[in-house]
Design a binder for this molecule. Structure first.
Ligand code: 5GP
Length: 190
C-alpha cells in the first residue's frame, strides 16, 4: 500500500535491534485517515471470506481492528495480556515471546466470545517473528473456530515470521513488507 509506505518513509524511525518506531501515526498518535485506508484494504482482501469476528491483541491492534470492523460490520475481540479477576478461569490462553519487550507473556481470551461457527480475521499492527499472530491462531483453534486469514499493517520480512506463517498455509496480508532497514534511516520494501 503506497500511502502506508510513504508514511513509513516520512515518519518512521529505525531504533536499535531492528525495531521500527512509528509512534506518529500507528502506535501512539493515531492517524484516522490512514487507518480508514488500512481498514478498507483489509476489507477488500477478505470481504468474500464470511468473516464473523476480528481477533486482535491489546493495545496497538485494537484501534486498527475497530476501524476495520466497521467495514465488515462484525465485533472486535482483543486478547488481554494481563490476568484480570473478572475473566476468571473461563479463558483460552497462549504463550508468546515478546519481540519488543524481550520476555514471555500469556494472552487470554474469554471462552464466551469464540465458537466453532466463527470465521476469524486476525489483525495486528506489526509482524516480526510471528509469535503474536501464532498465539492468536492458537487461541482461535482452541475454540474450534476457523482462521480465515490474518492482516497486518507492517511486516518486517527480514525476521521471517510472515514467510513461516505463509508456509503453514495462513492467508496473510501485509500492507508493507520491510526487507531491510538500518539506523541510518534507510528502509527498503519487498
Ligand atoms: P512478533 O510476535 O511477530 O514477533 O511481533 C509482533 C508484535 O511485536 C506486535 O504486536 C508489535 O506490537 C510488536 N512489534 C514487533 N516489531 C515491532 C517494531 O519494529 N516496532 C513496533 N512498534 N512494534 C513491534
Amino acid at each position: 500500500m503506497q500511502l502506508l509506505k510513504d508514511y513509513i518513509l516520512k515518519n518512521g524511525r529505525v531504533v536499535t535491534d531492528g525495531l521500527l518506531k512509528v509512534d506518529g501515526f500507528l502506535n501512539h498518535q493515531i492517524d484516522i485517515g490512514l487507518f480508514q485506508n488500512i481498514g478498507r484494504e483489509f476489507y477488500n482482501h477478505f470481504k468474500n471470506d464470511n468473516i464473523t469476528k476480528i481477533l486482535t491483541i491489546e493495545a496497538s491492534g485494537i484501534g486498527i481492528a475497530c476501524i476495520t470492523a466497521q467495514y465488515f460490520d462484525v465485533p472486535v475481540l482483543f486478547a488481554k495480556k494481563n490476568s484480570v479477576k473478572t475473566q476468571g478461569e473461563n479463558v483460552y490462553t497462549a504463550d508468546i515471546a515478546s519481540f519488543t519487550h524481550g520476555k514471555n507473556y500469556s494472552i487470554r481470551v474469554s471462552k464466551d466470545y469464540l465458537s466453532p461457527s466463527d470465521r476469524i480475521l486476525i489483525i495486528d499492527d506489526f509482524l516480526a517473528n510471528g509469535e503474536a499472530i501464532q498465539g492468536l491462531v492458537n487461541i482461535a483453534k482452541q475454540a474450534g473456530a476457523t482462521v480465515a486469514g490474518a492482516a497486518v499493517v507492517i511486516e518486517k520480512g527480514f525476521q521471517g515470521g510472515g514467510d513461516k506463517l505463509r508456509a503453514e498455509g495462513l492467508n496473510l496480508l501485509s500492507l508493507a513488507i520491510i526487507e531491510s532497514m538500518d539506523t541510518s534511516g534507510k528502509i527498503t520494501f519487498r
